[in-house]
Design a protein around this ligand. Structure first.
Ligand code: DGT
Ligand code: CA
Ligand code: CA
Ligand code: ZN
Length: 581
């Protein structure tokens, strides 16, 4: 047994005693023992065997006895009994680094927070500040601790990593000697989760740049430091790898470090077959060493007879052959999106007025915004009754009158009730321009029930879009049991669009399901589900998913203008009335 395990055991005891509100001196004795064990240069076990453990200052007979029991049996009865006295949910909260046991208990008592996910939610929404003694800074630390815990357990979702990457790119681009700074690795490929951040810089002084990088204020630890390479860890626990190359090798390095590994292996295979070319992070070379290029990625792909391959497709799924045949899809781009068809205003659970959301959407270059507030039964989201929808349409008309070059589409995100019926009457739905139908309640229905529930919504003439089809929330819950294959087939049959919800909390559909939907011939739509202006940015994440799914603009509903969207809705309604009613 290692000293660190013994120290962790003692520290756990101290935490639990503190939660129980035990005697201060007793708690302090355990904390002191932790400090001593941490500082030991010899094995605790060895000292124990020699009977010298109790000579260590701060470790008395009682603690020595406990260490003895723990070391010999791997367990400690005293600790097990203590743990049994503390609610498991509270124990869970104490796992967060930087969240002290006393504060954890205060939060638990005041807000009844039962899980790490709920804790994170409360911190994000600043509800934690309602607890005595908790300030904005404490919330920030708690979020940092939760992020660290998650990171230890593995990978993070790409939208979060993008935000970190962007702050690094801004910093790097401002450094002297940096000509260009870009994201590489799995994040550039928009893989759903990423393990670390890979950044690439072009500079005439690569050595100087990597050294400066390691001293940036964001850096918590330096993991490795070389001439052209530097790996660091930021406070949240995420690793960031930086490579710096000369400008003439930038394209080759960018290609190489974007991966994926499978893609790179296949590309090298092709280059050898095609004429014994060698591709590495410095360029493309002939056998005799002549350099054929490397300043741009295009030069690398051109050398093996391929068109440039969008990073989102570089997974070794056949994209190299397709690029060789000139068969790559012209992937949808963010600039192709003419509007967003899923957003909320302060009429329901959004934060802002319709006009504010509309202005923000126009500011992103959109021509329209589907204002899809929640329907009546979703009371936690202040869903609207038919009467309130009617009142809202007057405000929408006023906003539209003031924005001649923009159109707010009057819409709803109507709940699909547990029995598959819709939460608004037909006449109300018929009066709307665009209807997103979503499941928000009774999420634990068995597959058969859940699937039928969703299928019946797809058959409604009023439903244009199925919102967030799996209902997963990345921060708190997985997918419902819905049979997505069946849903995709019915979406194709009824002409209902399936949503790629780009909210950083959802990413739903994800890339694999969106790809399945495309293959089945479904129409998709890239939405943000924004509840305030900054969240309109979610369209960017949704677009990245659409690209990984291989979608072209034609296959995405909101690349059409408002007229095109309405036409599609009318066509779906006519078809549904003729066939499914
Ligand atoms: P990740 O970090 O697990 O989310 O996935 P990647 O693809 O970002 O992997 P990473 O960070 O290990 O490496 C970045 C890229 O560097 C990778 O996509 C391909 C490229 N690469 C080149 N040579 C190697 C190699 O020998 N091993 C690995 N793992 N990657 C390599
Ligand atoms: Ca990586
Ligand atoms: Ca890496
Ligand atoms: Zn929703």
């Amino acid at each position: 047994m290692k000293n660190a395990e013994v120290a962790a055991m003692l520290s756990r005891i101290a935490d639990l005693l503190e939660i129980k509100g035990e005697n201060f001196f007793k708690i302090r004795a355990y904390r002191e023992a932790v400090r001593q064990v941490d500082n030991l240069t010899t094995d605790v076990e060895e000292l124990l065997r020699q009977g010298k453990l109790k000579d260590v200052p701060g470790i008395g007979a009682a603690i020595e006895q406990k260490i003895g029991e723990f070391v010999t049996s791997g367990e400690l009865d005293f600790l097990t009994r203590l743990e049994a006295e503390v609610p498991p949910a509270l124990l869970e909260l104490t796992r967060v680094p930087g969240l002290g046991p006393r504060t954890a208990k205060d939060i638990y008592d005041a807000l009844g927070i039962m899980s790490l996910d709920a804790l994170e939610q409360a911190a994000v929404t600043h509800r934690l500040q309602k607890v005595r003694g908790i300030k904005a800074k404490t919330e920030e630390n708690i979020l940092g601790g939760i992020a660290m815990l998650k990171r230890r357990e593995g990978r993070i979702f790409f939208p979060q990593a993008w935000l970190l990457a962007e702050s690094f790119l801004t910093t790097l681009r401002a450094l002297p000697g940096v000509r260009r700074a870009e994201v590489a690795g799995s994040l550039r490929r928009a893989r759903e989760t990423v393990r670390d951040l890979d950044l690439l810089v072009a500079s005439d002084d690569p050595d100087g740049v990597t050294r400066q990088f390691a001293t940036l204020p964001q850096v918590q630890d330096v993991i490795a430091q070389g001439d052209t390479k530097s790996s660091i860890r930021v406070r949240s626990g995420m690793q960031v790898d930086l490579r710096a190359v000369k400008p003439e090798s930038f394209g080759a390095a960018w290609q190489y470090f974007t991966g994926s590994q499978a893609h790179n292996v296949q590309l090298r295979g092709r280059s050898e077959k095609m004429g014994r070319l060698k591709i590495n992070e410095y360029g493309v070379f002939r056998e005799d060493g002549t350099r054929l290029g490397g300043e741009t990625e295009e030069e690398i792909y051109a050398a093996v007879g391929c068109a440039w391959i969008p990073p989102e497709l570089r997974e070794g799924w056949g994209e190299i052959e397709a690029a060789g045949r000139g068969d790559l899809p012209a992937l949808v781009q963010e600039a192709d999106l003419r509007g967003d068809l899923h957003a909320h205003s302060n009429w329901s659970d959004g934060r802002n007025e319709i006009a504010v959301m509309a202005q923000a959407a126009r500011g992103r270059g959109y021509r329209y915004l589907g204002m899809t507030d929640h329907s009546q039964s979703l009371q936690i989201a202040e869903g609207l009754t038919p009467e309130r929808f009617a009142q809202r349409s007057e405000e929408i008309a006023r906003v539209n009158a003031q924005m001649p070059d923009f159109r707010v589409l009057s819409g709803a995100e109507v709940d699909i009730l547990p029995d598959g019926s819709l939460d608004l009457p037909d006449d109300c739905l018929a009066a709307l321009d665009v209807v997103v139908a979503s499941v928000h309640t009774a999420l634990d229905q068995p597959t058969e029930v859940m699937t039928q529930r969703v299928l019946s919504a797809l058959r409604s003439p009023h439903v244009d879009i199925l919102g967030h089809p799996t209902c997963r929330r990345l921060d708190r819950r997985g997918e419902t049991s819905v049979d997505l294959e069946a849903v995709i087939a019915e979406a194709v049959r009824t002409g209902t669009a399936l949503e790629i919800n780009g909210s950083a909390w959802r990413l739903d559909l994800n890339d694999t399901w969106a790809r399945r939907a495309r293959e089945a011939g479904a129409l998709l739509v890239v939405d943000s589900d924004a509840h305030y202006p900054a969240e309109l940015e979610g369209a960017r994440f949704g677009c990245a998913i659409a690209r990984r799914a291989g979608l072209t603009p034609k296959q995405v509903l909101n690349t059409r203008d408002a007229g095109g969207v309405l036409e599609h809705a009318a066509a779906k309604a006519a078809r549904a009335i003729a066939n499914f009613r």
